[in-house]
Design a protein around this ligand. Structure first.
Ligand code: HAH
Length: 334
């Protein structure tokens, strides 16, 4: 039986004494999903608009209009805001790594650019963005190497990560500083992320948390691996946040494109999965301070273009019409 919207409890209120509930947003979704966001979420992250290439497409030319609009949306709705992201190998313009002759910049030049970007951006949103993904995805998925091969690593060296955290802390001493990564619950990558973060903590680098992106699907990662990752990272005395949660209805290898709507079986699996995941997250309320979805409702998700371009996905608790799915009712029943 369809329930009317007045009977739908607010997700964010149900979880008030557990953790913040966030959503990634963009300029479109703060319009199209405005009511849903206002009711169920008390935190937002800019899906793209705070990334390097969108904030400083050319050296010294900052374009804050989009990010400012999102920050104003958060403020007018009494929401917190997370900052994503400062130092990353993706969505960073080429100019950052090149001088005016088109040659590679030196270590010192790149450190200066990193610092200038971070300082300008963080100071602008000081008091509004309470928590930053300072470094995103610096660890390899496979192989023995710890550090992902990137321009940051090549030009600066392994200490680019600690430098980023130091610049961040100097720019906004009140901000919470996170290391963020995906496949964070995979046992092999988990240990690499753990080693990286442990070294930072031991060196006294100002880091306050680990972001688990949590781009999951109906079966992967298993609950035991998620639990082990939470235990391992939190053993360092850091806070944890799920920063980009979505539960794809396709396993990563599944490249089929013929599904027009989720089957009853898929809906059932996703419902159970969300129930189990949130049961586990509630157990760790002492260390998990926020759970942010990488979107809000099934009418818009980056998964419609990843990893298969143009394939529809249905990864959230709310359907395409912003109505709560079965999974929503399980997540709020405890
Ligand atoms: C995340 N990467 C990024 O943190 C986020 O900024 C982006 O909008 C979407 C997902 C996840 C990822 C990827 O982009 C490519 C391969 C694996 C995982």
């Amino acid at each position: 039986m369809a329930k009317t919207s007045v009977e739908v409890p607010s997700l964010q209120k149900v979880y008030e004494s557990y953790f913040n509930i966030g959503a990634a947003v963009n300029l479109r979704t703060i319009e199209t999903q405005q009511n849903l966001l206002a009711k169920h979420f008390n935190s937002i992250t800019a899906e793209n608009d705070i990334k390097f290439e969108l904030l400083q497409p050319e050296e010294g030319k900052f374009t804050f209009e989009r990010a400012d609009k999102l920050a104003a949306f958060a403020q007018s709705h009494g929401m917190k805001m997370r900052g994503h992201t400062l130092v990353w190998h993706n969505q960073t313009p080429d100019w950052v790594f090149k001088n005016s002759e088109g040659e590679r910049v030196t270590r010192d030049q790149l450190l200066q650019r990193m610092k200038d970007h971070m300082t300008t951006v963080m100071q602008r949103y000081k008091g509004q963005i309470y928590c930053w993904d300072v470094v995103n995805e610096a660890v390899t998925d496979e192989g023995p190497e710890l550090y992902r091969k990137t321009n940051w690593l090549d030009i600066i060296g392994e200490d680019y990560i600690e430098k980023a955290f130091e610049f961040a802390h100097a720019a906004d001493p009140d901000a919470l500083l996170f290391y963020n990564d995906y496949n964070e619950s995979n046992p092999g990558k988990r240990e690499k992320i753990y080693q990286l973060v442990k070294t930072l903590v031991e060196k006294g680098v100002p880091i306050h948390g680990v972001g688990l992106q949590a781009h999951w699907n109906l079966t992967n990662p298993c609950l035991e691996d998620i639990r082990a990752a939470i235990e391992r990272y939190s053993s360092l005395g850091l806070k944890l946040q799920l920063t980009e949660l979505d539960i794809s209805v396709f396993n990563h290898e599944d490249k089929r494109t013929d599904l027009a709507a989720p089957t009853a079986e898929i809906i059932e699996l996703q419902t159970q999965r969300y129930q189990q995941v949130f049961e586990l997250l509630r157990e760790y309320r002492e260390v998990i301070t926020a759970v942010t979805f990488w979107g809000a409702a099934d009418d818009y998700t980056w998964l419609n273009d990843f990893p298969v371009i143009g394939r529809k996905n249905w990864p959230f608790l709310f359907d395409e019409n912003h109505q709560p799915k079965e999974a929503f009712w399980k997540v709020i029943s405890f």
